[in-house]
Design a protein around this ligand. Structure first.
Ligand code: KG4
Ligand code: ZN
Length: 354
């Protein structure tokens, strides 16, 4: 089955063609980062309008790169949520219109399931069961994964997501949007140990996260440096490193706990923050010490992309799941509501609550 995947939940338009026999055939991405940069964050209405402009050219690009045309598309998968409602509506309407014209099945996919399964596109994919750390701009979750759609939430952030914390720290450090990659780049110039930031919620049992206190700690450190005259490029870099180290170690501590609690030896790390080199290094070392394995997507598939939607959609479409006539756009959508692949109702239809 050849599936055209469409991602438009936030500020990236992603399109990809995935073939269940041959793997990923082609993919294309347009990032709206430059457009939103002037505003210091994503402007939802501008995002929707730009998805309208980019979807068709990106589809044409993906098909031409794969040397195929629309007649070779067997099914369409699009991001149905969570995300910005207008941006989701653009991708969903496009997908349903195209599926109607081609008379092929169409399915709305959960964005975080897309992230979670993205490491399956790599040459050595993880086997089930595993523990997944999902770290994106909107989510920080630890999930036990026993199969596609068999997700047990182990713990999540009670306030900011890890990516969101990176983006807010970036603003305090006078860096641009999105902040994660820029904080990481600045941290490379930092001197370890000059500042030590707290590892929130690691001194008590449990798998919940909280990053808003770290944000306040960062702001206080920045303000103190500005007040005592020590604010400089080096100070900014030292703060960036202290912040990144605190986030990375907090995530690593909770991953270790989740693996101990579940008895799993495999860890999958997915979502935009999983592109962070410091995080990948620390988790790889930690898993190496316990003879465990850790899996990531290649960096370009850690952040939003069409390939992960085409892949996740293909798994579910092959199992018979498809949308009815309704276009799904679900801004908030717990992943635990997804039906397990091996327990789909007979006609493959599903009814997510929204
Ligand atoms: O998964 P994603 O592309 O979009 C969402 O689904 O939210 O994640 C975007 C988030 C942003 O907050 C961005 O700052 C963060 O991932 N991010 C990073 C890095 N690359 C992206 N954070 C830390 N280090 C990075 N290298
Ligand atoms: Zn994402």
């Amino acid at each position: 089955m050849r599936v055209l995947g469409i991602e438009s939940s936030c500020d990236e338009t992603g399109v990809a063609l995935y073939d269940s026999e041959r793997g990923l055939l082609s993919h294309a991405l347009f990032s709206q980062v430059a457009m939103h940069a002037d505003y210091g964050g994503v402007v939802p209405e501008l995002a929707s309008r730009d998805h309208v402009r980019k979807l068709l050219p990106l589809c044409e690009e993906v098909l031409s790169r794969a040397e195929l045309d629309l007649s070779s598309v067997d099914a369409i998968a699009y991001t149905a949520g969570p995300g910005l409602i207008g941006a989701l509506m653009v991708g969903g309407s496009f997908a349903h219109a195209l599926a109607f014209a081609l008379d092929v099945p169409v399915l709305g996919v959960h964005h975080m399931e897309g992230h979670l399964l993205a490491p399956m596109l790599e040459p050595q994919p993880p086997e089930f069961p595993f523990v997944a750390l999902l770290v994106s701009g909107g989510h920080t979750q630890l999930v036990k994964v026993d199969g596609i759609g068999r997700y047990t939430l182990l713990g999540e952030s009670v306030d900011d997501a890890a990516g969101e914390a990176f983006d807010k720290a970036a603003k305090m450090l006078e860096l641009g949007y999105p902040g994660g990659p820029q904080v990481a780049a600045l941290a490379e110039q930092g001197v370890p140990g000059r500042f030590v930031f707290p590892r929130p919620m690691t001194d008590r049992p449990g798998l919940a996260f909280s990053f808003s206190g770290l944000k306040t700690f960062t702001l206080n450190t920045v303000n103190a440096a500005k007040a005592d005259g020590s604010w400089s490029d080096q100070t900014r870099a030292d703060i960036a490193l202290a912040f990144e180290t605190a986030v990375v170690e907090t995530l690593a501590i909770k991953c270790r706990r989740a693996l101990q609690e579940t008895g799993c030896r495999r860890l999958v790390v997915a979502g935009g923050v999983s592109a962070n080199r410091h995080l990948r290094k620390v988790l790889s070392e930690q898993m190496g010490k316990v003879q465990g394995e850790v899996f990531y997507a290649r960096p370009e598939f850690c952040t939003d992309n069409g390939a992960m939607i085409a892949y996740a959609g293909c798994q579910r479409l092959q199992a018979g799941q498809r949308d009815g006539d309704r276009i799904w756009a679900v801004p908030r959508w717990p992943m635990a509501e997804l039906p397990p692949l091996d327990a789909l109702c007979e006609d493959g239809l599903r009814e997510p609550s929204n």
